[in-house]
Design a protein around this ligand. Structure first.
Ligand SMILES: O=C(O)CCC(=O)C(=O)O
Ligand SMILES: [Fe+2]
Length: 265
């Protein structure tokens, strides 16, 4: 797997450079769907403060973390998923019985604090499997030396499961904000902006330090109807699109799980 730089777009002097910045954003969104924002308004100190909150939270004993329930009023909850990935969900609610039955408040944005424990010779190297993001834009914050985020450019349509080129690493760096396009924006742009496959890996040989990342997932309001300028896809509300996608992802996940159980037996 090689390394290929993704475009770094400077936000310096934004008011006077709007046009130029806009062109660069569009170019990066069309070509690769991943880019970093540099010279933005968030200071390293502010980002580090949020990482400190995350680190403090995950350092607590499991019983303590589980004390944050999936609560309909606060919409907060702790999840320890099958890749030992822990997330703090904001603005998403779930029921414990049927994971694909997500309900949402009107605001669908989420902030997730992610933690991948350190690992030696990780079997298969998985931390977060291949996926595309569902929403419009995802902002990912990383810390120096905690590599693992890989991207695979080349997706043609927002529904396609076909992979493009090979994966390449986006080195983890404190400060720049990694931005990626989600499926909703790819559909909204008639597949012009690319929501590409990405994943988080640990080394299958050698030591991988723990990785903390922060993801801010942006989507349109639940009842907002969107359709691309070319009307390539039918008009749909952001809420409906999100709901359908979650359902499809879980169906796909369970189909894979069933196949692997049958295969093992
Ligand atoms: O951990 C990361 O840096 C990325 C996670 C991710 O891609 C996601 O949560 O959608
Ligand atoms: Fe993602």
């Amino acid at each position: 797997m090689g390394q290929r730089p993704i475009p770094a777009i400077s936000m310096r002097d934004f008011e006077n450079r709007k046009e130029e910045i806009g062109r660069k954003l569009v170019d990066a969104a069309e070509k690769i769907g991943f880019f970093t924002l540099v010279d933005h308004v968030l200071s390293v100190e502010e980002i580090e403060k949020q990482f400190a909150v995350s680190q403090k939270y995950f350092a607590q004993p499991m019983e303590k973390k589980r004390e944050i329930p999936y609560d309909n009023n606060t919409s907060l909850g702790y999840e320890k998923n099958y890749t030992v990935l822990a997330r703090l969900w904001v603005s998403l609610r779930t029921t414990s019985r049927k994971p694909w039955m997500y309900q949402r408040t009107n605001c669908t944005n989420q902030l997730r604090m992610l933690y991948y424990p350190e690992v030696e010779n990780s079997a298969g190297g998985w931390r977060h499997g291949n996926h595309t993001d569902i929403g419009c834009l995802t902002l990912v914050f990383q810390r120096d030396g905690e590599d693992g985020l890989d991207v695979m450019p080349g997706r043609k349509t927002h529904t396609s499961a076909i992979h493009g080129d090979d994966f390449f690493l986006i080195p983890a760096k404190m400060g720049p904000i990694v931005v990626n396009i989600g499926d909703m924006l790819m559909a909204w742009s008639d597949d012009r902006f690319k929501a590409n496959w990405h994943r988080v890996r640990a080394k299958s040989v050698g030591f991988s330090p723990a990785r903390y990342s922060l993801g801010y997932f942006n989507m349109g309001r639940e009842d907002f109807v969107f359709q691309g300028p070319l009307k390539k896809y039918p008009a749909i509300t952001c809420g409906e699109y999100f709901h359908n996608h979650i359902k499809k992802q879980f169906e796909f996940f369970f189909a894979c799980l069933c196949m692997s159980i049958e295969w093992k037996n």
